[in-house]
Design a protein. Sequence first.
Lengths: 229, 297
Amino acid sequence: MPSFDLRTAPLRELNRALHALRPDTNETRWLIGNPDGRHAVAVGLDAAVSVEIDGHVGYYCAGMNKRASVVVNGNAGVGVAENMISGFVHVRGDASQAAGATAHGGMLLIDGNAGARCGISMKGVDILVKGSIGHMSAFMAQAGTLTVLGDAGEALGDSLYEARLYVRGAVASLGADCVEKAMRDEHRAQVFAKLEAAGLAGEVDPGEFRRYGSARSLYHFHVDNAGAY
Amino acid sequence: MCGIVGLFLKNPQLEPQLGALLASMLGTMTDRGPDSAGFAVYGSAAEDLKLTLRGPSEAALRAGIAALAAATGRSFPVEMRDTHAVLSMPAEAEGEIRTWLRASAPGLDVVSAGRRMEIYKEVGLPAAVAARFDLAGMAGSHGIGHTRMATESAVTTDGAHPFSTGTDECLVHNGSLSNHNDLRRRLGRAGLSFSTQNDTEVAAGYLTWRMREGASLRQALEASLDDLDGFFTFVVGTETGFAVLRDPIACKPAVMAETDDYVAFGSEYRALVGLPGIAGATVFEPEPARVYVWERH
């Protein structure tokens, strides 16, 4: 089992070793110590391996992740799992701003709180936050789900496209073109599936969530607005 | 982009280490601001007022201070640190000395005045600036440092942070303000004077004005949310206080760590890594538009 102490081994060496992994690698479990808030730890992975990072990480940890499972035993800085394609990223502490930004797929699980702009421009990722999320979350979110067990800050889902937002707690305010929608069985089933993926099946009642989505009045061309172009 | 570090000690036993801890934090933030650096350190309280002066060179500074002593007939203890000197004097002499300096020593600037606070700042890499003034050898209860990547005004020592516009008050800023010209004029009418065209100096002056009008540090910062327009993460020091405020949309980064021994601020967590007991600290991001204040009594 390879392990890296980032106080003694250069970060680039670690990322280079992770990038060099072949699909049939036997080195499937990596341990990383003393990240000390370094940026870009374990970015750009493309192998079905698990990487466990012991400590707080800086910006863009597990960015562009594909297939790998990355666990952070600490807090994550700006843009954790940004542009993730697939795989699983788990932050056991809090995440800073823009967690899961533009991510296409996979799952991002945050045990603590996420800062502002969580899921900004998300394109298919499933994000589940056990705590609360900051303002402008899911801004221009296009696809995927954002499930929040706590509260959401101001302007949730501003200029939203087709992502589904499920919030259990209070929402400070909704952004432009974001509206509350009815929670039907299919939505409760979807929330249950996300909770199950996060290991919370049976612990949290999907019926406690409210659903928010796009009113779809902003992103469709409307002939009355033709003069504005 | 700029870097901010701040350290407010709750445990007096750490006071001899304040400068060394702050110097290490400052060096880590070089990536965020390699143009210039500066720091404020709150040491033990003096009976007298400490005036920190800066000159173009150590020789020019010594000559200026000698001329000042001769002209005013005063003698004061002087502590030289590279291009800066700390003069101790009775508080009532401050006005006379500032007047003489303005009129007769245009090359010498008053960087700070305080019973406890001393400010040092220069152009250059943060580690080099810290070493020039021997920050690592300084003791104190709290300190604030800044590494600057200039946006709103030139890379000069005048544009380096911290800015001080009141006794024992200082402010560092990451961001930029858009209504500083208007506010500078308004504050000028209220009797404040500014020595640069820098936006951050206006924010410092604004807080000085509010506190002069009777506001607490917390109240002054809360009012600033209505009156300052722009991006900011502020860290503010007063003789006994340490405060943090981010703008309502949290444009600029901030991470804090708190233990029983200290409260620490860093633009990034990396700056806090070397602090004692950091592994057990509560690490959090200050929320937007929320004023955080710690006071020592």
